[in-house]
Design a protein. Structure first.
Length: 148
């Protein structure tokens, strides 16, 4: 006669698995019976006019009417007149044969690299210039360099 395929260990594992499932169902039933429930109204939260979370809905009489055409999206437009032409600095080094140099910023005293391709006017050492900054592979580079 063939021996039964169910060993003692397999029977014990099956009993534990069934016991675990039964405990889980009991806990689920217990949670259902003790929970307040109440549906969606108990779960709702509102934000008042000051940005605080509360459980009471906002007062409709305090509602403000806002004209949608007055809302400005994006970056605000620059004012004409007070516009600065970029950064200002002084050329501290310029190698004409290799076509590169360095500019020292007038305000922060930082040095920025520039290449001859980024020049608008011809420059030489100790010239005051205006420029714009652009991120390069090794840091910030000065481009659109113009003599003042």
């Amino acid at each position: 006669m063939a021996k039964s395929q169910e060993t003692f260990n397999k029977k014990e594992k099956e009993k534990k698995r069934l016991k675990k499932r039964q405990d889980k169902l009991l806990k689920k039933e217990e949670r259902k019976s003790t929970s307040e429930g109440g549906g969606l109204d108990n779960m709702m939260a509102y934000v008042d006019e000051y940005g605080n979370i509360s459980d009471t809905p906002p007062d409709p009489t305090k509602k403000k009417k806002i004209n949608a055409s007055n809302i400005e999206l994006g970056v605000p437009k620059r004012e004409e007149g007070g516009e600065e032409e970029g950064n200002q600095g002084k050329v501290t080094f310029y190698n004409d044969s290799k076509g590169y140099g360095f500019i020292k910023d007038g305000r922060t005293q930082d040095n920025y690299f520039f290449h001859v391709n980024g020049l608008i006017d011809e420059v030489k050492e100790n010239d005051n210039v205006t420029y714009e900054l652009e991120r390069g592979p090794k840091g910030m580079n000065a481009v659109k360099v113009k003599k003042i």
